[in-house]
Design a protein around this ligand. Structure first.
Ligand SMILES: Nc1ncnc2c1ncn2[C@@H]1O[C@H](COP(=O)(O)OP(=O)(O)OP(=O)(O)O)[C@@H](O)[C@H]1O
Ligand SMILES: [Mg+2]
Length: 416
């Protein structure tokens, strides 16, 4: 008998595993009490090994000494993947960290099912990188390398929206449908035809845009000004003011780059700026965030503010861990303003997908929303604008892709 094939949705924000068991989807519990596991790691400095998932976030929130990392998938295909850095007291690369994450995931799945998994069907976005085929191919090669290093011997990929389309059979009405999968790192689209026998894919397309980019925009517009972003510096010599440089704020607002800011040069730069800033109070908060390594707490506060503001009444970015009482509001209006250009990008990409399939928007009967960021109001409003006559359906936001990957393993299991 052939080994069972594990389906893994290695997501920017959340990962999940499943398999086919007697022809039915069986989600594999790789995290206590949850169907998905945050794609996050924590390396304690002193004792104990790597923690992943919710335990990694708990270690961060508890203030345990060590290095927390999230959004590792967005680094695939870039030069950062194979660069060695001192992380958690040891020299590591992002590739080695993704590998360790996959080893742990594999071992949990094996413990939960009693199977030994050597074959994997992994999801991948249609494009890890927008309009950059070389980086895209490199990103898949990087991820494949990590699976191989983690002990898998057969590694296949299925694009994530196609997996979601397989899982939506029965949810979407018969006829033409559009998958809109907006996750943490990428937005992916599939045009499919649903019939009695299953689902045919007519076109796949995607762009590198997701909830982590929304977090970035929300942070730059709402949180970073409280840390001096957009302010001015006095000149060390002479008169006149200089704008505060942007890069450190942009990195601090980018989940995957936060750990790389905690180096002496960046801390020194912030201290120098604090001496020259017109708003010294704000700039000292930047110094505090870098010195006390509060970047991830800040990113979580921003993400919570984004989700609350999307809920309708407005949210608050609480930053009391930087300075008692510090907070900034996010209203539905300021959220819209921060994300407006992204809405246009999503619409363009969805339109392009329909054009690739040779289908006009009025022929789409169902738009199926998948992925955590599809819960953003701007996504459903863009979908309705594009296909006003289609029925808007919500698949299981966080598990549709892994379910579809599990269904996809059936095709691999067929003898050639
Ligand atoms: N209720 C919500 N409203 C808006 N956004 C949300 C909500 N819940 C989660 N998100 C966002 O959804 C994103 C994570 O979604 P998901 O788990 O589908 O991504 P992923 O599959 O890990 O990423 P990708 O598929 O892009 O690699 C995060 O950016 C998170 O902030
Ligand atoms: Mg996803």
């Amino acid at each position: 008998m052939q080994d069972a094939i594990i389906a893994i949705d290695f997501g920017t924000s959340n990962s999940a595993a499943a398999m086919l068991d007697g022809g039915r989807i069986r989600r594999i519990p790789i995290e206590d009490g949850a169907e998905t596991l945050p794609t996050a790691v924590f390396f304690p400095i002193r004792k104990g090994g790597m923690k992943i998932g919710a335990a990694a976030a708990e270690a961060l929130i508890d203030g345990e000494e060590g290095r927390y990392m999230r959004a590792l998938k967005s680094v695939l295909g870039t030069s950062l993947v194979h660069e060695e850095r001192l992380i958690g007291g040891k020299r590591r690369t992002v590739a080695s960290i993704v590998t360790e994450f996959l080893i742990e995931l594999k071992s949990r799945a094996e413990a939960a099912t009693g199977h030994r998994f050597t074959r994997v069907l992994s999801g991948r976005p249609v494009h890890f990188h927008t309009r950059n085929p070389d980086r895209d191919a490199q990103a898949e090669a990087d991820l494949r390398g990590c699976y191989l290093a983690a002990g898998f011997t057969d590694v296949d990929f299925l694009v994530e929206p196609e997996a979601a389309a397989l899982a939506s059979h029965g949810l979407a009405d018969a006829g033409l449908g559009l998958i809109v999968d907006i996750g943490g790192g990428t937005s992916d689209f599939s045009v499919f035809r649903s019939g009695a026998d299953g689902v045919d894919i007519l076109a796949n397309h995607g762009i590198r845009l997701g909830g982590t980019d929304f977090d970035h925009a929300v942070s730059m517009a709402h949180a970073m000004p409280a840390l001096g972003h957009g302010g001015t510096l006095k000149r060390e010599m002479g008169t006149g003011l200089l704008p505060v440089p942007n890069a450190v704020y942009s990195d601090l607002a980018t989940w995957a780059r936060i750990p790389f800011l905690y180096v002496p040069e960046t801390r020194r730069m912030a201290q120098d700026m604090a001496k020259l800033a017109t708003d010294r109070t704000a700039m000292k908060r930047l110094v505090t965030v870098l010195d006390e390594e509060l970047g991830h707490e800040l990113a979580f506060a921003v993400e919570r503010g984004k989700i609350a503001a999307n809920g309708g009444d407005g949210g608050m970015i609480g930053m009391g861990f930087i300075e008692p009482g510090l907070k900034r509001p996010v209203t539905p209006e300021t959220l819209d303003a921060a994300l407006m250009s992204y809405r246009a990008d999503l619409l363009d990409a969805a339109r392009e997908t329909l054009a690739m399939a040779g289908v006009t928007p009025d022929r789409i009967g169902s738009v199926v929303l998948v992925g955590g960021s599809s819960l953003m109001g701007l996504v459903s409003s863009a979908a309705t604008e594009l296909c006003p006559t289609a029925a808007l359906k919500r698949s299981d936001a966080f598990t549709a892709v892994v379910d579809g990957l599990a269904l996809g393993t059936a095709r691999l299991a067929q003898p050639a």
